[in-house]
Design a protein around this ligand. Structure first.
Ligand code: KIV
Length: 273
């Protein structure tokens, strides 16, 4: 039967589809999401990825860091998001200490995928985390690695600061990116790293990179959705932009973000380090 192209359903965003995007030089659009209503808005705006980030500890619960977020809470928010979402890839953060060793990581990932409805889990760091990534990937659990500013390490890092500015740190980040990719990660979030370094990592690893405060050279971009709407209290982070300014609805702001990322006009140098 003839179908109007406008009615053609949007294909699901899958792990292989994200790889093709990198290969074809098409930018990947991602946002955090914590509930069904925002999930439906992300669906309408045709985002590629919805991340149930443990940033919910800060922007939803009002905590000082992401550390108090529990696996139970992540499963709860994941379920809510999954109900509002159809086509974007749903990624769930593994919260603090929920992947502290391989058996615990297996149990946590099982809950996020089987109960929460996620299609991928995200873990922060390299080093010992590489073994966790390898074990999950070997069991066909898609994994997103997260390097640079890793908020679960805030106490060790001494605050939320740009990472990889010194040559030795930059070299370590490059090696960590190779290590997580070789271990089987499917995606790599780079948070708050100099744009030049993020561009180099993006060129050197085969998996797509998603930047937040990492410049326009990454394969895609992610923001905390409340930052994008200017809702987060306090000072706006340098890497973020209030897309609601100049637009009269949340829908229009999301559409403007998607368009700007796809066109490569966001982030600009003023949002990068
Ligand atoms: O928890 C989160 O929202 C994140 C993004 C900032 C990438 O990890």
């Amino acid at each position: 039967m003839y179908t109007d192209p406008i009615d053609k359903p949007r294909p699901l965003v899958t792990v292989p589809a994200l790889r093709s995007r990198k290969h074809n030089g098409e930018k990947i659009t991602a946002l955090t999401c914590y509930d069904a209503s925002f999930a439906a808005a992300l669906e309408r705006a045709e985002l590629d990825i919805a991340l149930v980030g443990d940033s919910l500890g800060m922007v939803v619960q009002g905590q000082d860091s992401t550390l108090p977020v529990t696996l139970e809470q992540m499963v709860y928010h994941c379920k809510a998001v999954a109900r509002g979402l159809r086509t974007p890839l749903l990624i769930a953060d593994m919260p603090f200490m929920s992947y502290r060793d391989v058996p615990v990581a297996m149990d946590s990932a099982t809950r996020l995928l089987a109960e929460g409805g996620a299609a991928m889990v995200k873990v922060e760091g390299a080093g010992w985390v590489v073994d966790v990534i390898k074990a999950l990937a070997e069991r066909d659990v898609p994994v997103c690695a997260h390097l640079g500013l890793t908020p679960q390490s805030v106490h060790k890092l001494g605050g939320y600061r740009v990472q990889g500015k010194l040559e030795a740190q930059a070299q370590q980040l490059l090696e960590d990116a190779q290590a997580v990719s070789n271990a089987g990660a499917d995606l790599l979030v780079l948070e708050c790293v100099p744009a030049e370094l993020a561009t180099r990592i993006t060129r050197e690893v085969p998996i797509p990179t998603i930047g937040i405060g990492a410049g326009a050279g990454c394969d895609g971009q992610i923001l905390v959705v409340y930052d994008l709407l200017g809702l987060t209290p306090g000072k706006r982070p340098r890497f973020s932009r209030n897309f609601l300014q100049g637009h009269d609805s949340i829908e229009a702001a999301l559409a403007a973000y998607v368009e700007a990322v796809r066109a490569g006009s966001f982030p600009g140098p003023e949002h990068s380090y």
